[in-house]
Design a binder for this molecule. Sequence first.
Ligand code: PLP
Length: 388
Amino acid sequence: MVNKNFLKLPDAYLFTEIARKVNAYKEENPKANIISLGIGDVTQPLAPVVIEALHKATDEMGQNATFRGYGPERGYDFLREAIVEHDFRARGIGIEADEVFVSDGAKSDTGNFQELLAGDVRVAVTDPVYPVYVDSNVMAGREIVYLPCTAENGFAPALPTEHVDVIYLCYPNNPTGTTLTRDQLKSWVDYALEHEALIFYDAAYEAFIQSEDVPHSIYEIEGAKQCAVEFHSYSKTAGFTGIRCGYTIVPKILKVALNQLWNRRQCTKFNGTSYLSQRAAEATYTPEGKRQVRATISYYMENARIMREELKEMGFKVYGGKDAPYLWVGTPNRMSSWEFFDWMLRSAHVVCTPGVGFGPSGEGFVRLTAFGTHELTEKALHRIENRL
Ligand code: PLP
């Protein structure tokens, strides 16, 4: 009766297992004051311009003249036009408003987009990987090819040696916090064009890029509009994890006609993102909105800088954290990811995320996030240093 592919998935989603372990420890040690450097959620409040836009949109909903019911499935024009202008044209990329599909976030879109694929296509993911790409394809019964990202290859996967039809890339990367250079990204676009493959490019963390030469969008690379779909999210960029808004770019000149198919899929299964969320997202593109959003990102990236420097001084091997809010930290003394997770929890009362939970190549690493407050981040670092 049930879709047996679901039974192939591991029981507990990684973060459920972490929460179970942390709660068990808290029950045994009720006085332990635990700090999480494992959270993938933001901690800073929404920007004032966003709050203002939410209030205004709420008031509009209370008046006959301005009330809105169902919105367009693709998203309101005001937001799609702002996206085209600020996220693409400002970078010299020509994307049209009818190539933008507004959504309730990148998790839904990265999870759902595979519905457009045939059941037997071969899907490649980088390893370690954001679990949604793998699980959603396993649910559909597809085989997954893992492309290892290790310290040895600088966390830049080698091109596949066997044929694959679809490649999920996420840069800046969750969980490693590393990026691809323009040349590395170009080699993927060239590969996709040559092998008639598609790239599903997750740019959820592009707003955290600090370095001049790191691409913000795969469409900065020539030819990408023929082979790549790109996912964006306001979750980490502007603290929308609770508000919910994101968007996906599906170019009309893709070699496979996915723009029409995605529109058809969304019109059937999705009734649009709330008007309030879309007005809130629009507000992030005003000059004041941009300043405020950048200030919060700088706050998190200052955490990342401090974490990188202090953990390196303590002797850890630390990757990422320069252009992403994630740090990928090698475990000491050949400990496994879960052994080091347990040590951190029990000795330092700090929660991290075991790297192996993101894929086999994550073994021997943990992921730390920069989304905490300055105070708690500093405190967690001192605790780790004292317990080493
Ligand atoms: N893509 C990646 C790589 C993420 O890490 C996340 C969230 O953690 C998402 C997508 C989902 O973002 P959203 O909140 O927009 O669904």
